[in-house]
Write a protein that binds this ligand. Sequence first.
Ligand code: COA
Length: 256
Amino acid sequence: MDYKTIKFITDSHIAQIVLNRPASLNALNRDMWHDMLDAVKRTAADDSVRAVVISGADGNFAAGGDIADMVDLTPLEAARFVFHPVFNAIEDLPVPVIAAVSGYALGGGMELALACDFRIFSETASAGFPEINLGIFPGAGGTQRLPLLIGLSRAKELIFTGQRIDARKALEWGLCDRLVAGDPLPAALEMAANFAKKSPVALKAAKRVMNFGAIRGMRASIPFEEEAWAGIFSSEDQKEGMRAFLEKRKPAFKGK
Ligand code: COA
């Protein structure tokens, strides 16, 4: 099936979703929200799929939520924009999901990678949560999934500073599982092919049980994150932060 913002390929028991908006470094917009959710639902319903690989076109994973698509959202619209349904559906896929991360994995892009079971980075990848510099904070599961993966204080450091970290530090901090030289897609496909040889019944059961224990607490907290994230779209700082980015200038935050 043809999508506007992603490529979706299923072959040899492996489904591949490729984020495909290279002109904006694969930034996640509303069209992508719908395209991804549809592809993920079709994957979940396809019993022939035994593993999923998510990557980005043209050398970047994703540079975050699409700021141009978000700048003027009201809190109500922000609550609809938020990618929770898509990322939760990815996390809930019964089969293993691997993110092949090259170039930038920022903000919502990194939150997408966090919803996957594994993250393979290219040595030149750059990751982070720059939302604070736009007057918002990660609102698509990031405040909950990141501490689970790398610990609360490191997660706070990344989210409070908005700093980008290189792939070596991402490996050291546990943000990624493996580094490869060059394109991480072949390594991700190899890992997926290995999973595809295992018993789908046992593998799905193991994933279900392990996720149940790990995410129960996080899922209970997501509605609070959603409320706080959407509410921030009523602030002047959010409008200023995003407008400043689009106008290629430094933001002047007033705390309002
Ligand atoms: N939303 C919308 N557009 C984005 C984007 C985003 N998150 N990230 C990049 N783009 C667009 C840029 O506006 C630019 O578009 P243009 O060519 O029409 O001006 C294009 O993608 C290329 O980005 P550019 O900034 O020129 O590339 P760069 O190599 O100089 O910098 C980044 C790359 C990733 C450092 C920079 O684009 C950036 O800081 N992006 C925003 C990251 C972010 O804050 N993400 C969280 C969003 S909630």
